[in-house]
Write a protein of this length. Structure first.
Lengths: 222, 222, 222, 222
């Protein structure tokens, strides 16, 4: 009997050792904003720091998979190599700014219905591998609060599409668009088009990286 | 006493003759929305009806000068022939939808700063001839109320530019953008993109023509 | 000897029965131009007629799989349902006009490098199933011969990309762009922008359908 | 003696008065390409050097009036201040690249028919003041020789419009588009998109500035 107990304890120890080894791998999948997230002051780096502070660092490994200029179909085209090949447990998708923006800058934005189709296709492929998928609305193209950022209407439309995608696919939503609008309404009394959460209306400044890290932490790691 | 009465009658006759002569000529200067304003159910036709109803018909003559697809610089290019040649007392300018819309449809919208320059140039030329100028903000490209009409941001920007032009040039403003947004917030609970004040998101339906006629009457003819 | 003859006849009968069964299925995969190809005067209908005339009708079955407005990634998204599900032996891809055109009309054309990636991905999937793939360059957006059709430069660029894709993937090329330019140089002395091979600069008229059927017949069924 | 001296002085004064008066003022009116023309290696600076070399320097004064990003209606809006205020004898207009290019980059290119209207309006105003007007076709947006520069079709269209404007207004034409195409066909065997006459497909390099100076000299100062 004693022997049995010892063997059982050993098993448990081994098991707990194993689970320690089973650090959850989180891949952040997106465009230039995510690409910058792994810089020293980026939101992914901040999330790593927060995990460490809260003694959670052994449970998660955070990886950036952002490439500047990416639209939803770029994510689709490179998801095998850049995400699935890393065998993630969790994927956080943040895309949409370029799908809207490139309409104006290059004439190569993404049709709303195709945006939805590719987004769904990405989620289906990830979920088929038991990967937990979090999705984000695009934060901003311009920070003005009087609804006069040139692409606000279209950006709101795509944010709205993403909210529906989250519902339909049972993905937790990180509503960065709402967070950004709310933050700006409180903190941008001069109706500036940049400098509140972003450096240029799109890419996160220090405050922006903190704000994104906060909302992501509370959604992903709560 | 008789002589006095005769003299008085003569004065009255003269006066009425004079006032007949002094009919104020109002030219509505704009794009396809204004072009449709002179149709049987258009807002200009409705304004004529309202003037008649209120016994004001002898004081004003209303003329339409709208051409489909016009942007601010089209107005500039044809203002001599289509407006000044008619010697108006009042000009109501309603332009801006195509300056925004054509960015997306033809790649030939109007830069915001040039929009302002041409608009100011038109007003200066009119005011130099002692013409009273009323200016309107563009009403809508899409009637959704959740700020997701594709071009809302840019349209709001141009509306905001026009509000400043009004202030700087001392022109009474007819804020059709604000009127449309307010009306839709109250009357478009299903967030439809057309069918409330417009047939297609841009051009006025019956309700829209009435709403525009009302706000214009109270501003121009009060 | 008699027995041998009988056996031989039986073999022949069996053979002819088998070849009847082995009708090659050809799917035409593309946009509105291909969609119209199955109409009574369309190029696919004409190809069927030509096969019949030449006693070739029993060997091929032609199916249209064109949808208006399709770009390369639309083909990619629907290839399982609309092409692979039909188990074709041959697929003829004709796409590219909207990838260029939608840049101007909707701001949602396709980046040149993504165009190539999706095109390659489609071909790989088809070839992996031993399907023979023919690919076409886009014919025209405007038929002017003085190189002043608005989108000529970009269309030539995408045609050039497709020529390279053909080489790299060992796909027979049907160079409709070259055919159209050559035909117009000979037959469009007045530099018209439509009416030579197309009704509107893009979609085939009777002459255009004949010309396309001719070049396709000689490439696919020779 | 005194008389002689006085007469001589009078002669000198007259001479200096005459030559001072007879220097023809040439204003180069255009966009960033013209703006760069007054730099040490720019084509306007080169033209001044050529005039000096040929002993022609006392007859002409060359002034640059180029501003980056200008389209035809920008020229129109600033022609009073930047051209007429300088009382030129000759104006060389070189515009069109941005009218085409901004369609793609900002959605604010110039409609072809409005391009023609503003161009004609500029010429009429200049000619009304007895100013001699030379006009140029836009040289290039990309130097590829296989007709696959993205905007070639549209650029050729606007070049063609300018050739007609020259005819209709009796303005000598400096056909920089033709010169550039011819030069590239001879000197760009590798089908490069830049580096032959331009640094970036649009703005002149040293060879480009020389080529433009040569063709301008022979047209304007012959």
């Amino acid at each position: 009997m004693k022997k049995l107990l010892v063997a059982f304890s050993a098993c448990l120890a081994l098991l707990s050792f194993n689970t320690k080894q089973k650090k959850q791998r989180v891949v952040f999948f997106g465009d230039s904003i995510t690409e910058a997230g792994v810089k020293p002051t980026g939101f992914i780096t901040k999330l790593s720091g927060m995990l460490q502070q809260k003694g959670n660092a052994n449970n998660y490994e955070l990886l950036g998979a952002g490439i500047g200029g990416n639209k939803v179909y770029d994510l689709y085209l490179r998801m095998e190599d850049d995400v699935l090949a890393k065998s993630p447990d969790i994927v956080v998708i943040w895309v949409g700014v370029n799908d809207v923006w490139h309409k104006r800058t290059y004439g190569t934005g993404t049709d709303a219905d195709k945006f939805e189709k590719f987004y769904n296709a990405i989620i289906k492929k990830l979920q088929a591998k038991q990967i937990k998928v979090f999705i984000c609305t695009p934060a901003a193209i311009g920070e003005k609060t009087d609804f006069s950022n040139e692409l606000d209407g279209d950006l709101n439309k795509y944010a709205s599409i993403i909210r529906n995608i989250a519902k339909n696919n049972n993905c937790p939503l990180i509503d960065l668009r709402k967070m950004t609008l709310d933050y700006n309404l409180k903190n941008n009394p001069e109706n500036k088009d940049r400098g509140i959460l972003t450096t240029d209306g799109v890419h996160l400044n220090e405050t922006g990286n903190n704000a994104v890290a906060d909302i992501m932490y509370s959604t992903i790691f709560k």
